[in-house]
Design a protein around this ligand. Structure first.
Ligand code: GLU
Length: 447
């Protein structure tokens, strides 16, 4: 069988065995496109069912999460943890609490996480979890009871050497606190390394909260350097207004760029003077309110309820809201408006047809598994600090993060060149991540 038909046959099998999981198919197909050339050069990577094993999670846990709301009504949600691959280290990846969460979404995220984590160069495997619980509009007490119920089941599956969850959409410092508290109570042990994204007073790392957003900004700076330019004076649009978006905006501003728009699920705001991060944090982190409040609070800013944030002209676009938020129409508008760089802050926010539009137009495009790896990389730094009962300063940790992002950028660019597609960050990230994991899997035998 030719390499092409071999890869196609494995992909077809993945689609059949995982019916009704379109996001997972999308994530797998993107990696498979890059595998072709690797297998042509190194056919041994297809031996011993390595690719088939890589596509199948090592373990998938689905559980009931019952909890009682403030008025005494009982709700039942579904909890997930997909422990995808532990060839490089304990399963590592966030928990997402959002009504759209289902097994297919968790599998797509877990699959991406394997390659992202490998790219960081740190000893972490890939996993992901979450629930279809919607924290929006819920009181702190309700979120606490939900987290306690969730951890009551999850605790038997995680551990500092087994599986180390963290945050993702809908899971931030508050939720990690409740989850850690319940884990500590159930196990009667202060095992800091079981979760990352903890508060700095109780085992968390400096810069972890900022890390995904800061990391994307560092990555964009590297991409611009390749293009012979830099962030100062550049106009940037960042979709979303959650943890990734807020700190991407903060760091882009520190590096001299101007972010003129950001969004939430209700619409987007434009502020030609540059988004005021202090105001944004007050609205989103303190009050957990809608983005339209920004336009009420800041003179010169406007709120747009309908329409696409990608209509706002920019040189750099950082989609940081959720999967498949930037489609081919939006990509065409970005290209027409002169975008030069698109870097994914979220996981898989750009549809495959949008990636094609950007690629055909010669726009530098960085996939999330490279550009947003700063969050999980800093989680690995948190694990290091927990293991040695140490805590590092903000500046030292930030320098480590910046160096890791430069390393990921370099590895991605060199691998793309080596495999015949210079400038193709998707290809470079997929191949560099794959080779690292595949070498470890091959060494560990058929397990
Ligand atoms: N959910 C984040 C990611 O996708 C963070 C994961 C982690 O820190 O473990 O990379």
């Amino acid at each position: 069988m030719s390499t092409r038909s071999r890869v196609a046959a494995i992909y077809e099998q993945v689609r059949m065995r995982n019916a009704g999981e379109p996001e997972f198919h999308q994530a797998a197909s993107e990696v498979f496109e890059s595998l072709q050339v690797v297998l042509e050069r190194h056919p041994h990577y297809a031996d011993a069912g390595l690719i088939e094993r890589l596509c199948e999670p090592e373990r998938q846990i689905i559980f009931r999460v019952p909890w009682t709301d403030d008025s005494g009504v009982v709700h039942v949600n579904r909890g997930f943890r997909v422990q995808y691959n532990s060839a490089l280290g304990p399963y590592k990846g966030g928990l997402r609490f959002h009504p759209t969460v289902n097994l297919g979404i968790v599998k797509f995220l877990g699959f991406e996480q394997i390659f992202k984590n490998a790219l960081t160069g740190l000893p972490i495997g890939g996993g992901k979890g979450g629930s279809d619980f919607d924290p929006k509009g819920r009181s702190d007490a309700e979120v606490m009871r939900f987290c306690q119920s969730f951890m009551t089941e999850l605790h038997r599956h995680v551990g500092e050497y087994t599986d180390v969850p963290a945050g993702d959409i809908g899971v931030g410092g508050r939720e990690i606190g409740f989850l850690f508290g319940q884990y500590k109570r159930l196990t009667n042990s202060y095992e800091s390394g079981v979760l990352t994204g903890k508060g700095t007073a109780w085992g968390g790392s400096q810069v972890r909260r900022e890390a995904t957003g800061y990391g994307v900004a560092y990555f964009v700076a590297e991409m611009l350097e390749v293009l012979g330019t830099s962030l100062p004076g550049r106009t940037v649009v960042v979709s979303g207004s959650g943890n990734v978006a807020i700190y991407a905006i903060e760091k882009v501003h520190q590096l001299g760029g101007t972010v003129t728009a950001c969004s939430d699920s209700s619409g987007y705001v434009v502020d030609p003077a540059g988004i005021d991060v202090a105001v944004l944090k007050e609205i989103k982190e303190v009050r957990r309110a809608r983005i339209s409040d920004y336009a009420d609070a800041v003179r010169g800013a406007s709120f747009v309820a309908a329409g696409s944030i990608w209509d706002v002209t920019c040189e750099v676009a950082i989609p940081s809201a959720t999967q498949n938020e930037l489609d081919s129409d939006a990509a065409a508008v970005l290209v027409a408006n002169g975008v030069q760089v698109v870097a994914e802050g979220a996981s898989m926010p750009t549809t495959p047809s949008a990636v094609k539009v950007l690629r055909d137009a010669g726009v530098a495009f960085a996939p999330g598994k490279a550009a947003n790896a700063g969050g999980v990389a800093t989680s690995a730094l948190e694990m290091q600090q927990n293991a040695s009962r140490d805590s590092w300063s903000f500046d030292y940790t930030d320098e480590r993060l910046a160096a890791i992002m430069r390393g990921i950028h370099r590895r991605t660019v060199t691998t793309a060149e080596e495999y015949g597609r210079p400038g193709d960050y998707v290809h470079g990230a997929n191949i560099a991540g794959f080779i690292k994991v595949a070498d470890a899997m091959a060494a560990l035998g058929v397990i």
